[in-house]
Write a new protein. Sequence first.
Length: 167
Amino acid sequence: MELHLYLGLKLLHVLAVVLFLGNITTGVFWKANADRTRNPVVIANMLEGIIRADRLFTIPPIALILAGGIGAAVVGKYPILGTGWIFWSIVLFTISGIAFMAVVGPAQRKMLALVRRSGESLDWAAYRALSLQWEIWGAIALLAPAIAAALMVMKPAIPGLGALLGR
């Protein structure tokens, strides 16, 4: 029974990670496509879609990633902060969340507001400045959990928090 619970939580964790990373990755793809058109209507539609997709396919999986991952670690008797690949995955996941909340999400909303109020005459310099912030911090928000996913699969022998604190 405990093995089934562990495997179920692990499956929940993996599926949530796939949904989370998949949505972030497709957002990058759709933004690049829309930006190439230089059409403010297309860009506004894309930004609205990305913001809506984040609400549906990025933010909810965060709870499932945490519940499934922490639950699997507890049931599997892994010391969460003492197991290096778990600890560093949590650190990377946290970095991703901070990048998204501090820069990526606000930049998306600012770009959308700029595009909406500009009509046909979009201030491309202002849009590009926001877009560059979105791209840089978005890369961090995407790469950090992608590396965490690799750590979860590879399970390298790296120190956890206890080893870092000399315990």
